[in-house]
Design a protein around this ligand. Sequence first.
Ligand code: SF4
Length: 67
Amino acid sequence: MPKIKLDKSKCIGCGTCWVLCDKFFSAGDDNKSTLKGSSNGQELEVDEIGCAQVAVDTCPTQCIKIL
Ligand code: SF4
């Protein structure tokens, strides 16, 4: 299964990912992005990548990866 990986240390909290892909992303308590349903907010296994690819392609700091 593919895995979405988010590097919070590079996130600037711009909101692009959770606006374009609220299935997987939301605003965390730290005002940075967090992966919904992830224990640490930074790694999530998914059945299908779906809109996460749009988030990868549009994140201004390139802190989202799909492995
Ligand atoms: S698009 Fe990138 S920088 Fe912006 S909130 Fe999402 S992860 Fe953070």
